[in-house]
Design a protein around this ligand. Structure first.
Ligand code: AOF
Ligand code: ZN
Length: 316
């Protein structure tokens, strides 16, 4: 049963996709001893109440008496710190529920297990790790940013059926109107986007989100001819410096959109979390070869849109 209620938490959490950022998406469900859901909530918007606050607020006055025997399910560990809002762990203790089921630990430096400890110290039974993988997956940007102190990195390219990025050096139309829309959706979901200087000059990509609602990611162009760029030292490996700078700038995720050399340098540096390859059904006689997929990839989805396919890989 724990999994069932946690799945509901995940469903609720996903409602925060547009507005919770830079906070994680979190859902909470309060279940009475008889299995009835008496409260539900999710983190709607950064700066506003957390999932637990909204879940308790939704409990009807006549159900309040059930709280002492109830279980609260939360997809992320309840916070223990004063941020923009007071600690959820304190709220849970005050409400006097019997048990708390947590999807995954909050890697945020101010929390990191302290919320769970607070609850246990108060005598609440705590179970950690129900649907853990899915809970971490939902907030993979937030989690990678906090655990690895760098943004979640998505490498993305579009290729012909025989693995070329262009038609003998000339741009060729690979994406379809529909997959272009998906690219704009992807951009709206991420904080920064990077292209190499050559791609930037040759294709003058707009890198905007005009076919989707939301904010365009911050645009970054690597130009080795301008060594002064944000203090980057081109005599040393650039990627670690760039990632450190993005972390400082609070960018939780980065899309790398090309060209081939830039993409390959991220693969060679093992600096990636997700790879998204769009493939058109036609061949060209030659051109710029697509990057070589690393060997430790794990296919998570393969979809057909119009006449193209989009394959998404995570790390193994
Ligand atoms: C929870 N429940 O629903 C969320 C949590 O500035 P604040 O007060 O909004 O705190 C933000 C941090 O709280 C965020 O970095 C993450 O660690 C945690 N998010 N915690 O108990 C929630 N969204
Ligand atoms: Zn909280």
């Amino acid at each position: 049963m724990d999994q069932l209620y946690m799945r509901r938490c995940l469903q609720l959490a996903a409602n925060g996709r547009q507005n919770a950022k830079p906070n994680p998406m979190v859902g909470a469900v309060i279940v009475a001893a008889d299995g009835r859901i008496i409260g539900e909530g999710y983190h709607v918007r950064c700066g506003e109440g957390h999932a637990e606050v909204n879940a308790f607020a939704s409990v009807r006055p006549e159900d309040e008496v059930l709280l002492s025997e109830a279980t609260i399910y939360v997809s992320l560990e309840p916070c223990s710190h004063y941020g923009k809002t007071p600690p959820c762990a304190d709220l849970i203790i005050r409400k006097g529920v019997r048990r708390c089921v947590v999807g995954c630990v909050d890697p945020f430096a101010a929390v990191q297990g302290r919320g769970i400890q607070k609850l246990r110290d108060a005598g609440i039974e705590v179970t950690v790790g129900v649907l853990e993988e899915e809970c971490r997956e939902l907030n993979r940007r937030f989690i990678t940013f906090n655990e690895k102190r760098r943004p979640y990195i998505i490498l993305k390219w579009a290729q012909t059926a025989n693995g070329f990025l262009d038609d003998n050096g000339k741009a060729c139309a690979i994406s379809t109107p529909f997959t272009k829309t998906l690219v704009h959706k992807l951009r709206a979901e991420n904080d920064a986007i990077l292209v190499g200087r050559i791609t930037n000059e040759r294709e003058q990509p707009r890198l905007d989100v005009r076919h989707w609602a939301g904010k365009a990611p911050r645009r970054i162009v690597i130009d080795r001819r301008q060594p002064a760029f944000e203090g980057l030292d081109f005599s040393k490996p650039v990627i670690p410096q760039l990632l450190e700078w993005l972390h400082k700038e609070k960018c939780q995720s980065l899309i790398v959109e090309g060209g081939a050399r830039t993409l390959q340098s991220f693969i060679d540096a093992d600096a990636w979390d997700e790879i998204r390859v769009e493939t058109a059904p036609f061949c060209v006689s030659g051109g710029t070869a697509a990057p070589k997929l690393p060997t430790n990839v794990h296919l998570v989805s393969h979809k057909v849109y119009d006449h193209n396919t989009i394959a998404t890989f995570h790390r193994q």
